[in-house]
Design a protein. Structure first.
Length: 250
């Protein structure tokens, strides 16, 4: 009996060692608008795969600058398509692992102002002070600036309260610091109960599409956890979670 038990013990030990070897971790840079959804997806992925995800969030522009300066990320989930493409062109990312994972929507939201979408737009047109993300670093901020210009509002003539990213812009509006502002549709869709006030879903014709792209960075090419998460985001489970969060799918 000793020998069979010894063999069984060795087999179990080998299986456990193999599982431990397969499990790993990956560092993921996530645009601020997508952080809540990324956390949900990370929990699903970790339970399914055994890998661990380390999420870091900021504006897409700030994350891009960090990657250019050598930050140790394996994957970059940007809020635009421009910055991931720049990383590919710079040789810092893999062109074979570049795709759109979500399409964002911009919303003007005024928590203290009741009414339908039409009333909300009229409220926007009369506001002199409103919040938005910084157009220089945040794609949602750049889109908001284009919307203002399309509506005939000169951003330079307004008292804009700029957040470093769209998450900060949302907090300015939610706290009552400003009457209204431009936020991501996903930020409102994920709240239960729904936030009060009016909202105007901005027509996509007023700004370029917010195609949010994912790219595998050079550091992540040999990381099984990074490759597995890249593939996971293309699966039906992830796609449905992204849709429920208020994004369109590519």
């Amino acid at each position: 009996m000793i020998r069979p038990l010894h063999l069984l013990f060795c087999l179990l030990a080998a299986l456990l060692a193999t599982g431990a070897a397969r499990a790993g971790e990956t560092r993921v840079a996530v645009a601020a608008n997508f952080l809540d959804t990324a956390r949900e997806l990370a929990a699903r992925f970790e339970k399914r795969s055994g890998h661990r995800l380390l999420l870091s969030s900021a504006s897409s522009g700030k994350l891009y600058a960090q990657i250019r300066n050598g930050a140790p990320f394996d994957l970059f989930l940007s809020a635009d398509a421009e910055r991931p493409q720049r990383l590919v062109e710079a040789g810092l990312a893999d062109t074979g692992h570049l795709r759109t994972y979500a399409v964002g929507r911009l919303v003007f939201w005024a928590p203290g102002h009741p009414g339908d979408a039409g009333a909300c737009r009229r409220h926007l047109e009369g506001l002199k002070r409103l919040a938005m993300a910084n157009p220089r670093t945040a794609p949602y901020g750049a889109a908001a600036r284009e919307v203002l210009e399309a509506l005939g509002r000169d951003p330079a003539s307004l008292r804009l309260v700029l957040g470093e990213n769209i998450a900060q812009a949302y907090s300015f509006v939610a706290s009552g610091g400003v009457e209204g502002g431009f936020v991501a549709a996903a930020q409102l869709a994920r709240r239960d109960p729904p936030p009060p006030g009016c909202r105007w879903p901005v027509p996509e014709s007023l700004h370029p599409p917010l195609r949010q792209q994912l790219v595998l960075l050079r550091r992540g090419r040999a990381n099984p956890a990074a490759l597995a998460f890249f593939d996971f985001l293309a699966g039906e489970e992830a796609r449905q979670a992204i849709r429920r969060s208020g994004y369109d799918l590519p």
